[in-house]
Write a protein that binds this ligand. Structure first.
Ligand SMILES: Nc1ncnc2c1ncn2[C@@H]1O[C@H](COP(=O)(O)OP(=O)(O)OP(=O)(O)O)[C@@H](O)[C@H]1O
Ligand SMILES: [Mg+2]
Length: 379
């Protein structure tokens, strides 16, 4: 079997029964496509008679799903996602869906179905900001980053991680779409009508471009720890007040501040989108601070004398990455629902102008901002 789609899935599940082991053999199954992503297909399979028995299948076709077979992309991305799930489950069990099976030949992961979950981004759009979720994600990052951190792991272990997560294909996609294309003339860029003067100014700002190039260099060359690589608010599911991290196909051995930066940037974009709701904005600010407090509390270094300096460096990287992530979501190829969903166009433009200004400041000042409180004060 080479094709993997709704038609071939029943056969696939039958063949793979011994590995997956969630359903009794031969029971009638209901299969639906649930994924809303760009790269892969995601299905929910449930037992018709016992719908509480279910699982999720994620399949990576050898191309970018929404663009089709003319846009090839290695299916290896799912091998990295599977490896990341395994390590996350070992280090911080319960913060990711359980993995039932990984089929490298067909590039399919079978995993726990988080049936009742909502996507964190949708919660934030609805104004539901639970500080405990930010703490849980801070804890997740703090443990994974420090346990795989280059200075902590014996040399052989660090080398092992760096080989296991040499995800260069996906890393170079990020390099293009986060660090390069948004700040050059590129066909995939778009922005709200009226934002063009701000974008032109950004692309001509030598200081900004220099800082962006510096951050790109850090992104491509720093090897610190296992980095999720795509930890925005669409990669966190929330079920019963518990955060579950998904979609680790970009996982790589890199600068760990990238995860914090992406996570913060998406809270900040949500912050600007809620300019008319001050209690939501206050909760978002608290969540941003809590993320860092929990992160730093969980980040353990064998040589504790190095901790303060290490965290200061991670913080600076994170702030720079956060700025670039905010900007690329305003002027690059992939925007966020939090802002795209604003129907009042003058209002949307004013939100975007403010967010663009803020993102630019973060990039330009990422090396001089001292702590997260100073960032929050600028809001
Ligand atoms: N274990 C799960 N339980 C329940 N729903 C899930 C699970 N995994 C994924 N989903 C749903 O499928 C969607 C897409 O999943 P995911 O982000 O992993 O796919 P993707 O194709 O890699 O997306 P993207 O293009 O954003 O990278 C999620 O937003 C979520 O709604
Ligand atoms: Mg993905």
């Amino acid at each position: 079997m080479t094709e993997f789609n709704l038609a071939t899935l029943p056969d696939y599940l039958h063949q793979r029964h011994e590995k997956i082991r969630i359903f009794e053999p031969e029971v009638p199954l209901r299969i639906e496509e649930i994924g809303d992503g760009n790269l892969n297909t995601v299905y929910r399979v449930s037992d018709v008679a016992h719908p509480e028995r279910s699982l999720v299948l994620k399949h990576a076709p050898p191309y970018i799903k929404i663009l089709g077979p003319d846009y090839p992309l290695s299916t290896e991305r799912l091998t990295y996602e599977s490896r990341a799930l395994e390590i996350y489950n070992q280090l911080v069990s319960g913060t990711v869906p359980a993995q039932y099976d990984f089929d490298a030949a067909m590039s399919v992961i079978a995993m726990e179905d988080l049936r009742e979950a909502s996507v964190l981004r949708d919660d934030l759009i609805a104004g539901k900001v639970d500080p405990s979720i930010a703490e849980q994600v801070g804890r997740f990052m703090g443990i994974v980053h420090s346990q795989t951190y280059v200075d902590n792991a014996p040399k052989a272990t660090a080398q092992h991680y760096s080989q296991q997560f040499a995800n260069t294909t996906m890393q170079s996609i990020t390099a293009d779409y986060v660090f390069t294309f948004p700040f050059t003339e590129h066909e995939t860029n778009f922005c709200t009508s009226g934002l063009e003067p701000d974008v032109r100014q950004l692309k001509a700002d030598a200081d900004f471009l220099q800082q962006a190039a510096h951050l790109k260099h850090i992104f491509l060359t720093t090897q610190q720890g296992v980095t999720h690589g795509d930890l925005h608010t669409g990669s966190v599911l929330v079920q019963n007040n518990t955060a579950k991290v998904i979609d680790a196909e970009f996982a790589f051995y890199g600068p760990v501040g990238f995860d914090i930066g992406l996570y913060w940037a998406n809270y900040l974009l949500s912050f600007f989108s809620h300019q008319d709701t001050s209690h939501v904005q206050s909760a978002l600010k608290i969540a941003i601070v809590q993320t860092w407090q929990t992160y730093t509390a969980e980040f353990k270094l064998v040589d504790s004398d190095l901790k303060a300096q290490t965290l200061q460096n991670i913080f600076h990287d994170a702030i720079g990455f956060a700025g670039l992530e905010m900007l690329r979501r305003l002027v690059g190829a992939a925007h966020v629902k939090d802002i795209e969903g604003i129907v009042n166009l003058p209002w949307k433009l004013s939100v975007e102008k403010a967010a663009l200004q803020f993102g630019t400041t973060l990039v330009k000042q990422h090396q001089s901002l001292r702590d997260i409180a100073s960032v929050i004060e600028m809001l």
